[in-house]
Design a protein around this ligand. Sequence first.
Ligand SMILES: Cc1cc2nc3c(=O)[nH]c(=O)nc-3n(C[C@H](O)[C@H](O)[C@H](O)COP(=O)(O)OP(=O)(O)OC[C@H]3O[C@@H](n4cnc5c(N)ncnc54)[C@H](O)[C@@H]3O)c2cc1C
Length: 808
Amino acid sequence: MKSHARVVVIGGGVVGCSVLYHLTKFGWTEVVLVERSELTSGSTWHAAGGMHTINGDPNVAKLQKYTVELYKEIQDYSGQDIGLHMTSGMMLASTKDRFDWMKSILAKGRYMGLDAHLLTPKEAHDLMPLLDPDQFVGAVFDPVEGHLDPYGTTHAYAKSAKRNGAEIYLHTKVEDLVQREDGSWRIITDKGEIVAEHVVNCGGLWAREIGRMVGLELPVLAMEHMYLITEDMPEVIEFNRTHGKELMHCVDFDGEIYLRQERNGMLMGTYEKACRPWSPLTTPWDFGHELLEEDIARITPELEVGFRHFPAFNRAGIRKIINGPFTFSPDGNPLVGPVRGMTNFWSACAVMAGFSQGGGVGLALANWMIDGDPGFDVFAMDVARYGDYATLAYTNAKVRENYSRRFSIRYPNEELPAGRPLQTTPIYDRLKAAGAVFGASYGLEQPLWFAPDGVEDRFSWRRSTDFETVGAEARAVREGVGLMETSGFAKYAVRGRGAAAWLDRLLACRLPEPGRMTLAPMLKDDGKLIGDFTLAKLGEGDFLLIGSGIAEDYHMRWFETHLPRDGSVTLEALNLSLVGLAIAGPKAREVLAKLTHRDVSTEAFPFMAVRRMDLGMAPAIVGRVSYTGDLGYEIWMKPQYQRYLYDLILEAGAEFGIRLFGLRALNALRLEKSYGSWSREYRPLYGPVEAGLERFVAVGKAADFIGREAARAERETGGALRLRTFVVAAKDADVIGDEPIYLDGAVRGWVTSGGYAHAAGLSVAVGYVPKEIADVETGWSIELLGEMLPARLQAEPLFDPSGARMRG
Ligand SMILES: Cc1cc2nc3c(=O)[nH]c(=O)nc-3n(C[C@H](O)[C@H](O)[C@H](O)COP(=O)(O)OP(=O)(O)OC[C@H]3O[C@@H](n4cnc5c(N)ncnc54)[C@H](O)[C@@H]3O)c2cc1C
């Protein structure tokens, strides 16, 4: 065994071997993998080996597409047979609602060039005669699906990596990890010690335990999972004989089952409602090539539906039932990337679909380690998408919910209940009493809308029970004044003698003068957006940075990586030690004026000014800015003052008809101003020219900020895309995001967000299209729930295009 290496990958499952392969493929040497037993000794060996491309999240779908396309390469390169069967597949719907959902998934796939299409029940039956067409309303056919041999595939990655120079140490268990003074790692195994620059946690079923070696509690939990294999079935043999090919994969969403051919019989698996975590507190180290006890009773309800939908199963004998554990994160996506606060400690775990995603995970991680960037947008699987709220018990609640809902529809307006309420602000009970319907974001309960007595959220693809009320909230802002809670934003205090210089290097904007704010895009080296903030300069060496709540850990990781080590800058994520309220609308100033003796006229307190001021008896920071695009103020306070200020503002606003509004009304308001939001319009995929943020990027400022050269280049070339707003001829449903945008009948772009702009009375979509066609006025349409809706390019914001109201 080597005593020194550049990288030690811990774990020889499909994920670890993929990471090892990609590191060597991109040229890294001195790369080793350490496996406690044989390769595949975790969840990999008993996997059903199914893989597919389609996924509800287009970024995850891209990763899956890459994985599936990689298989031929590793088979050829390693000479190891991986038992690849590209059978194609179909997703089946038994209800109209489910079929609507499938149409939306299909539409999302169109922009990626996925060659999937809809099937009638009869067409589905012709392709897959085991199904009863009367049980279904339709299906989606996916040509890129199949299954493979998990053992052969893992060994193909491993052999390819070895061919490139990697070494693999079997029967070598990592027992501890210790970071040395110089940042390198001591990997202490039962066979001796290796010192390495980087450590990668690909521990699968033991990833949580490996995390604990370095003081981390990773949000990952294993669940038991069962599938059955039948005896030979005459229907299968007959199909193979007459068609000369295998039966295809099926996912039957309403039966909550998946199936595929296995030899001359079939394999059927299920994500049962009565699911069970495996080893919820610690994974035993002596667990090896074993299966868990089968528990057919637990999956009987799903099997009953499955057998009804596929009647041939009723006549088949069951040869074997497999029950094995595999791991999930709270949202079911992997946990990939550098772990915040640690040098060169990388995560590649919680990969629940190793054969659909393992290749993409390996690619992203290898890119990240070698180039400092994953190379594509991986936020959906970034380990930094969780904060410290994702504790062991939270993870347990969310993983069970996710597992049991794996094949359930999640409606665009549906908030999932597990693990809630967890974090609340001081006014939570007050908002609840006022009818607030909450959504949880980054663990925090946030009001979405305020429901009248007796009205509840009804989950739907179409406009629902909240439509009228959200409209009234949005109009109340435009016509008078509204109050909302803003505590869910991330807030960072940046202080110290070096604060200004550091921010000037980190952010692409010009720094504001004291008492002023500015919009502050943050770029990566390649000039793509890695953040968009509001930066307030409260005083010399005293800044408040406000950004997206879901990206707090993600941004802290970036900030901390770039923080000077000389103590000249202090950085603090304020989280809920600073909470917020915002008032907006033409009467907002009159409300504010009642709370302070200070002059709040436009002359004294203009647009983008920020002041520390007392409101009533409470100290606060007030910024004259509003994401509604209206006259408005964001008010930040310590939590102990929030209830007081909430009551005070409502009392002062009563004479102006102040109304509470939530995040759904805010979305409607920002859309009619064409304001983008982080993780939708602004992502590491887009440059500032493309995203329309060019005017906030000061390429000519004195400080050499990160991404400056690339930003200059983008300015010269113009980038490839443009963000545009469209008014959609929608009927009873509005776009939400990821729908394809067509010009003259051809897919040319994708929606990033949308909704009904209530005050304007129009349905709106925002999305990216190639710059060459970005100003074409006619010929646009957007596909929604299987229908082509004509769309009109909206060149300027629907509301207050000159900004007079906001600045006035
Ligand atoms: C019944 C069942 C069916 C499935 N079907 C499918 C399917 O059809 N398609 C699909 O894509 N996925 C399927 N999966 C999921 C799939 O198995 C996982 O996504 C995949 O195995 C994850 O691989 P991994 O490398 O992350 O983890 P693992 O396979 O668990 O590998 C982790 C490895 O790390 C090693 N290790 C851990 N700790 C240490 C240490 N301290 N020192 C050294 N080595 C260590 C372990 O021995 C192990 O070999 C299924 C899973 C089950 C249980």
